[in-house]
Design a protein around this ligand. Structure first.
Ligand SMILES: C[S@@+](CC[C@H](N)C(=O)[O-])C[C@H]1O[C@@H](n2cnc3c(N)ncnc32)[C@H](O)[C@@H]1O
Length: 458
């Protein structure tokens, strides 16, 4: 009987529609009358929704998708299924809805008198749903991004992507998520590319230049610029009146196509908002003039080398060990590195080389990430200090502590202008297992997980 709406909660509203549709099928004819199974069931759902509100009702896309999934191979079957088969399909829809509730926010809601609310079923976490729920993903992902909870938003994205990619959504809708979810996170400076990351680094370098001053006409060097977006910082300082900028890394560019597209974004943004990218004394018109030398069309097409062709000799990427970069002695007025020195294996050779290429009065600024990089997997297995408990060195990390880095710069001849360290408590189980070679260090030295140092060649 197509009677009472047996809704128990707001989230169960879809279930009440499906139950009513079962009643409609039961009350109807036993034959499909030439219509497809899908059409018959959809019509029952439409009627069910309309009956509740006494007006036309178009089943919300979640319900339609739920139905389509359960009808599956029978979608186009005509006259071969009986009432019981149709009811069985609706029962399956109800089971799925109970386990993986899909909310239909714009659906007409029942009159509260007809449907007294009781217990709310708790919402299954998105990651545990069997299929991709676009509306929930959009609202949960965007809420996390808006709250600046980038790591959590990234985790959600990683959990949900396999379902999105494997589901039956239109391919271009999938592409939309692939394109824009990543870009939203990049804007939180989470990625390997982007304007935000560049701005943070440039702000630090500008502070150092303003505070300590540097010689005129020297080269700017971004040592260990990285394999992802090697020219971003060098382009910034070229646009801010360094006539020669060098980005160096012994890794080749990981993906010139991605780097090109990212530089396209960065340069177009800089052209639009030049005042956000000025070092002290630079003028927007000069910055714009220099950026216009970059071929944006080529960058947009993914042609990294082509985009920077006109800047050869002004902004260069040197892919080699820094000690082989053949920079002229005493030619560098400002050299920076971000998260590089923890990876340098021959510290004496590199610090000596940096000293040799730095001009008299020239400045170096290094941010050094002293943490165990396995902590960035965020899997709870490793923390920033885990490698202090292991005999074998983590690959690519020298595990030097802050005082050792400082001693190396001093013995190369640099004057230390400023240092800073970030500290946090070492988790107890790690602290209790620190190996003898570190165990006697002062606690604040052990707890320092990142540092920066500013140096001058006097
Ligand atoms: C963690 S990445 C940092 C990349 C970039 N600076 C950033 O902030 O994203 C460290 C980089 O330093 C580079 N590197 C380490 N030692 C180097 C050396 N001796 N010469 C050139 N590059 C080096 C590595 O290849 C790596 O790309």
């Amino acid at each position: 009987m197509a009677g009472q709406v047996k809704q128990t909660s707001d989230a169960g509203w879809e279930i009440s529609i499906l139950n009513r549709a079962k009643d409609i099928i039961r009350d109807g004819s036993d034959e499909l009358k030439g219509e497809s199974v899908f059409a018959v069931l959809l019509s029952a759902i439409e009627k069910s929704g309309a009956k509740v509100r006494d007006r036309g009702f178009v089943a919300h896309s979640e319900l339609v998708e739920l139905l389509r999934d359960q009808v599956g191979p029978f979608a186009h079957t005509r006259k071969s299924l009986k009432k019981d088969d149709l009811i069985e399909i609706l029962d399956k829809c109800i089971d799925v809805q109970k386990n993986e509730p899909r909310k239909t926010p714009n659906m007409p809601r029942p009159n509260p008198v007809e449907t007294p609310p009781t217990d709310q079923p708790s919402l299954t976490p998105l990651a545990n749903l069997k299929r991709f729920d676009e509306k929930r993903f959009d609202s949960e992902f965007n809420a996390l991004v808006s709250d600046n909870k980038g790591e959590q938003a990234l985790s959600l994205l990683i959990d949900v992507f396999p379902k999105l990619l494997g589901g039956n959504m239109n391919r271009k809708e999938k592409l939309k998520h692939l394109t824009f979810a990543g870009r939203r996170l990049q804007n939180l400076d989470l990625g390997k590319y982007g304007v935000g990351k560049l701005k943070n680094k440039a702000r630090i370098v500008n502070l150092v230049i303003d505070r300590y001053g540097i010689p005129d006409n020297g080269t700017f060097v971004d040592f260990g610029c990285g394999a992802h977006e090697p020219l971003a910082l060098s382009t910034y300082f070229y646009a801010n009146q360094f006539d020669k900028c060098v980005a160096n890394d012994f890794l080749p560019i990981r993906s010139p196509e991605y780097a090109a597209l990212s530089m396209y974004d960065i340069v177009t943004y800089m052209l639009m908002f030049p005042e956000e990218f000025l070092s002290k004394g630079s003028k927007p018109s000069d910055l714009i003039g220099r950026l216009k030398e970059i071929d944006l069309k080529k960058l947009r097409e993914g042609d990294f080398a082509g985009g920077f062709e006109a800047l050869k000799g002004k902004v260069d990427f040197l892919s080699c060990d820094i000690v082989d970069s053949e920079l002229a002695p005493s030619s560098v007025s400002m050299l920076v590195s971000f998260a590089v020195f923890e990876h340098v294996m021959d510290i004496p050779a590199v610090t000596k080389y940096l000293y040799d290429i730095t001009a008299d009065g020239g400045v170096n600024h290094h941010f050094i990430d002293l943490a165990d990089h396995r902590a960035y997997r965020h899997d709870g297995v490793f923390n920033e200090f885990s490698f202090l408990t292991e005999e074998a060195a983590a690959p690519n990390l020298n595990r030097l502590r802050m005082h050792e880095h400082l001693a190396a710069f001093e013995s190369a001849g640099f004057e230390i202008l400023a240092t800073d360290g970030n500290r946090k408590a070492i988790p107890e189980t790690t602290f209790n297992s620190i190996l003898p070679r570190w165990a006697d260090l002062p606690q604040d030295e052990l707890e320092t997980y990142s540092m920066s140092v500013t140096l001058r060649k006097s």
